[in-house]
Design a binder for this molecule. Structure first.
Ligand code: HEC
Ligand code: HEC
Length: 279
C-alpha cells in the first residue's frame, strides 16, 4: 500500500495496530474536520484507500461470517464484511472497529432483496476497497468472483452450530455472481423453496465460504503486493463474445461487464419466452 506523506494518517493507522496505542489514535481519526471552503471538498479521513490491511486466519473468520449472516438477520453482505473488517476490529481495534457495519445490511438478498449482486461478494469487495484502489483491487475481485461463478457452493458446514437448518445441504455451481441466478438455480435444481430455512442456511454457509476465499485472496495480496495475480482465467464466453462486444472500435462494442455471458445468452430453457404457453 502507498503510505506517502499525503496519506499521513495511513502511518498513524499502522501505529494503531500496536494495541495500546489504538486508544490514543482513535480519537484523532474520528476528530471532526473543519468545514471545507466554499467550492472545495474535504479530504477523506485516513487518506483514500488508506487503511492498513492485516492478514487474518480464514479458519477463524469463516464461522464469524456465518454468525454475522444470522445476527439479527443482517445477512450476507454484513456477515462477509464483519468476518473480515469486524475481525480486524476485534484484533486491532481502531479504525476497523469504528466502521458502521450495519451499512452492509443493505446488501441482503442482492441489495434490499432485489437479487442483484450476491451480497456476500459485495461485502468482500467493499472490504478490499478499504485498503486497495481500483488497479490493485480489480484482480482480487476478479479472483473472488470467478471462483464464485465456478465453484460448487456451499462448502462450509457449521455442524451443531447450524442456525437455520442442520445437516448436509446440496451444492451447486451458479455460473453467476447474481443473487437471483445463484439462488433460483439452486432452489430449482433441488426443489427447495426460495423463502425456506434451507435456502437461508445455504446463503449463510455460502457467506462463510466467500469470507474464507476473500481472506485467502487478501492474505496473498498482502504477501505479493503489486505482483499479486489471480489464478482463475477469464471466462471463455467473456473472452470470446468480448472479441466483438467488448473491444474498442468494434461496431458491436456494446456490452458492459465481465460476468459469464452464458446463463443469459445461451438460449437455454430457463431464458426462453415464459410469457406464452407457460404453466
Ligand atoms: C465476430 C463478432 C461477434 C462475436 C464473437 C459475438 N457477437 Fe454478438 N453480435 C455481433 C454483431 C455484429 C451483432 C449485431 C447483429 C445485428 O445487428 O443484428 C451482434 C449482436 C448480438 C446481440 C444482440 C442482437 C441479437 O442477435 O440478439 C447479442 C445479445 C449478442 N450479440 C450477444 C453475443 C454473445 C453472448 C456472444 C458470445 C457467445 C457474441 N454475441 C459473440 C458480433 C459478434
Ligand atoms: C444476467 C444476465 C446477462 C448476462 C450475464 C449477460 N447479459 Fe447481455 N444482456 C442481458 C439482457 C437481459 C440484455 C437486454 C436484452 C434486451 O435488449 O432485451 C442484454 C443485452 C446485451 C447486448 C445488447 C443487445 C440487446 O439485445 O440489447 C449485448 C451485445 C450483450 N448483452 C452481450 C453480452 C455479453 C458479451 C455478455 C458476457 C460478457 C453478457 N451480455 C452477459 C442479460 C445478460
Amino acid at each position: 500500500m502507498d503510505c506517502n506523506r499525503r496519506h499521513l494518517l495511513c502511518g498513524l493507522g499502522g501505529l494503531a495496530v500496536g494495541g495500546a496505542v489504538a486508544g490514543l489514535v482513535a480519537p484523532a481519526l474520528a476528530a471532526p474536520q473543519a468545514a471545507p471552503a466554499p467550492g472545495e471538498r474535504f479530504a477523506q479521513v485516513g487518506g483514500e484507500f488508506g487503511w492498513q490491511p492485516h492478514k487474518l486466519n480464514a479458519d477463524e473468520c469463516a464461522p464469524v461470517a456465518y454468525e454475522g449472516y444470522w445476527h439479527k438477520g443482517y445477512a450476507c453482505g454484513y456477515g462477509a464484511f464483519y468476518g473480515i473488517i469486524g475481525m480486524m476490529g476485534e484484533k486491532f481495534g481502531a479504525p476497523y472497529n469504528q466502521f458502521p457495519f450495519t451499512m452492509l445490511e443493505a446488501n441482503k438478498g442482492g441489495i434490499s432483496d432485489w437479487g442483484t449482486i450476491c451480497g456476500a461478494l459485495y461485502g468482500a469487495a467493499a472490504a478490499f476497497a478499504l485498503f486497495w484502489g481500483r488497479r490493485e483491487r480489480t484482480p482480487m475481485v476478479n479472483e473472488l468472483f470467478r471462483w464464485y461463478e465456478t465453484t460448487a457452493l456451499p462448502i462450509y458446514n457449521p455442524g451443531d452450530a447450524a442456525t437455520g437448518f442442520k445437516g448436509a445441504l446440496p451444492t451447486g455451481v451458479s455460473d453467476s455472481v447474481l443473487c437471483h441466478i445463484s439462488v433460483s438455480k439452486w432452489c430449482y435444481e433441488n426443489k427447495i423453496e426460495a423463502s425456506s430455512k434451507q435456502r437461508s442456511e445455504r446463503c449463510g454457509r455460502l457467506t462463510a465460504d466467500v469470507c474464507r476465499k476473500a481472506i485467502e485472496i487478501m492474505n496473498a495480496k498482502i504477501e505479493q503486493g503489486k505482483n499479486y495475480k489471480g489464478t482463475f482465467p477469464i471466462r471463455k464466453a467473456v473472452a470470446g463474445c468480448g472479441e466483438c462486444h467488448m473491444t474498442k472500435g468494434n461496431e458491436a462494442n456494446w456490452s458492459k461487464g465481465v460476468m459469464d455471458c452464458t446463463p443469459c445468452h445461451s438460449g437455454g430453457k430457463a431464458v426462453a419466452d415464459k410469457f406464452k404457453d407457460h404453466p
